[in-house]
Design a protein around this ligand. Sequence first.
Ligand code: SF4
Length: 369
Amino acid sequence: MLDLFQGEAAREHLPPISHEELSDEQVIEEMWRIKEELKDKVLVLGHHYQQDDIIQFADLKGDSLKLAQDASSIEKPYIVFCGVHFMAETADILTADDKTVILPDLAAGCSMADMADREEIDSAWDYLTSCTQEKIVPVTYINCAATLKDFVGQHDGSICTSSNAEKVIRWALDQGEKLLFFPDQHLGRNTCYKMGIGLDEMVTYNPNLPNGGLTPEKIQKAKVILWYGYCSVHQGFTAAQVRAIKEKDPETHVIVHPECSFDVVKAADEDGSTAYIINRVNELPAGSKIAIGTEINLVNRLAAAHPDKTITSLSPYQCLCTTMYRVRPRWLLASFRAIKEDKPINVIKVDKKVAAGSKKALDTMLSLS
Ligand code: SF4
């Protein structure tokens, strides 16, 4: 098995159930047993990017928003979210107070979400709003901490997903003259460009530079201010890979996620959210050759589900989300055991005030969808 945790990382990430106590096979056997015992109490959610040995235990599979929404209508007291931290927070915000949301490994974060924190956004907002009289409307991609969702709720903005980004950005630009989009510069840039906004109307705010690296003049001139964040997984795809695939076989259809950079999206045949990619793969006729620019677990699962099509990763390096990978069977089993004892571990509880602001921003998005 691929071992991503070596040296210091391995020491910090010792499994909660040791290999001396249970072999890998015994872990899986015990999980099936406990899951059956807890079937009225536990709902297991599995994000598309999880490994097969985790996804097999998922009662529901999907993207982060769909999972959180579906969970809110199912009457089970415990929700185990096999995903990353911001997804478990969103599930906690959207589900009733008496439900307990668990993230099997609290170290399962998201590199993109970590590229913007509340303090940085507050300070950027103060600077940006001091530079212009025009109204700036904030929109955050759902891949961020709850404190940022709360920020947009407090400033009459909205959340978006990769499926509805265009609709939400259109709405935001109807509310004001400028858009502040965070934390993913690529989703923001790709979406705005598709809407007809020129690259020369967009600037990137880098919180590591004084004033984000932007002069007041640049801010006054811009229609769209993009936060500098990005997904480390989708950064692994390049336009050169698209060209290489097309040169080898021009009939290969290339579909990428809009978290990929602008030149990759431009070079690809089409781009869209995880749900869009799944639908397109379903729609394309038997015999199609498809190269996909998104996380490798989803690509592999699509390849297995469509043996009549040739489905490969766009990248030869098989881009894997290492933080999603932190949710391993031993961590999931530890969560199950703790629930069985009614002493849940790794509970995600969003502060009430933050949850209220976030909910407002989520409701704005849902009202637009
Ligand atoms: S794939 Fe990228 S955006 Fe999604 S959880 Fe992993 S690091 Fe975050």
